[in-house]
Design a protein around this ligand. Structure first.
Ligand code: MRU
Length: 368
């Protein structure tokens, strides 16, 4: 996608064959567009845990490149094991992290150590390309759902999204936002309600930024406004991303997604989850019991960061001193609240049968 007319992906290796890897520092958006070079395993792990990079697919690709950086220093079996363990510990909920490390390990373990670093860079680049293509396909399939509503309604389609599941969360295109970009590019009249997404404001800071950069009409709303808008017929469709989906179709996504799905169900608004297959954890079936939910620092709730009138970016406390805060970062939307899943292979019901219609080769090990 483009920023100021320049095409960017969210991550790319240096041109000398990958001594370092560059990412967009998402903690600085939307006020500053900064890129940072990651040169070591620890820098890559820190970029993931501090959320300089975030979003399930991008976390996976960053971990793949983090492994490349580690193997240039130590490509022994112990080096590979240690680097995988360090990266796997950064964030617990998005299963793309485990998936990406599994893919990398399967490709690298059989090789002699001297060949591992070069092979790792080739594999990470391939994963980045595949992620971009997968997201493009999610958009192509999802666009049809938007086009159907536009044809039926005859006026603009209002789509609500939560958090950021756009190109900043992936390598390019995004998951939930890809159908919206495709529809907008095809000339369909779309407008996006962007949940601000407290406490870290991924909606207000990132989704609004990237929709604006692409010229997609959008309006930021407080997280609590969605139900009201749905009651008044102002939401035609919800599309959200996902950090981990069970084999039965339960979907973990940014905290607050579940409440939007409940409101959508109560108001007859279709609620779609957009995701690549790498976000499906075929080994589990009960999302509420089995998906690990990341607990982040209470400081993300008690404090907010923004642009002061003098142009300085400031962090301020919004709570009384001494008040305790809790910060579960994700929640689980049960499959029964999900109208359908939008994937690179098409759209299906959020159920074991629906997922296996799209990915029949997983039938042998998909949990029931
Ligand atoms: O904590 P974050 O910002 O990494 O959470 C991101 C989300 O919840 C996204 O909706 C999800 O990863 C899907 S990204 C395509």
């Amino acid at each position: 996608m483009k920023i100021g007319g320049v095409h960017y992906r969210t991550i790319w290796p240096s041109e000398d064959g990958g001594a370092a890897v560059c990412v967009i520092d998402q903690t600085k958006l939307p006020h500053e567009f900064n890129t940072v070079w990651l040169e070591t395993l620890d820098e890559a792990a820190r970029a993931i845990s501090t959320m300089q990079v975030r979003g399930a697919p991008l976390i996976g690709v960053t971990a793949a490149y983090g492994l490349c950086l580690a193997l240039t220093k130590n490509a022994s079996d112990e080096g590979l094991d240690g680097a995988c363990a360090t990266l796997a510990a950064t964030r617990p909920t998005a299963v793309n992290l485990r998936w990406a490390l599994g893919q990398m390990r399967a490709a690298l373990q059989p090789l002699p150590p001297a060949e591992r670093a070069a092979a790792a860079y080739a594999k990470a680049a391939q994963m980045a390309d595949e992620d971009a293509e997968t997201c493009r396909l999610i958009g192509q399939h999802g666009q049809k759902t938007i086009a159907d509503i536009a044809a039926r309604k005859g006026t603009r389609v209002n789509i609500l999204t939560h958090c950021n599941a756009g190109w900043l969360a992936c390598v390019d295109w995004g998951t939930a936002l890809s159908p919206i970009y495709h529809a907008h590019n095809a000339g369909l009249p779309v407008h996006v309600w962007v949940d601000e997404t407290r406490p870290r404001n991924q909606g207000a800071a990132l989704t609004a930024f990237e929709l604006g950069a692409h010229g997609v009409p959008h309006t930021i709303i407080a997280d609590n406004a969605g139900g009201h808008l749905m009651q008044h017929g102002q939401v035609d469709l919800c599309i959200v991303g996902c950090d981990r989906m069970t084999a039965m179709g339960d979907a973990a996504n940014k905290i607050g997604t579940y409440l939007k799905a409940l409101a959508a169900k109560d108001n007859g608004v279709p609620f779609y989850v957009a995701l690549p297959e790498s976000t499906i954890d075929w080994t589990i079936s009960d999302g509420v019991r089995e998906i690990p939910i990341e607990e982040r620092s209470p400081g993300e709730v008690t404090h907010m960061t923004g642009l002061a009138e003098n142009g300085e970016v400031l962090t301020v406390q919004v709570t009384a001193p001494g008040s305790h805060a809790a910060n579960p970062a994700f929640d689980v939307t049960p499959a029964r609240l999900v109208t359908g899943v939008m994937t690179e292979r098409g759209i299906a019901p959020a159920s074991r049968e629906g997922l296996l219609q799209l990915f029949p080769e997983r039938a042998d090990h998909a949990r029931a």
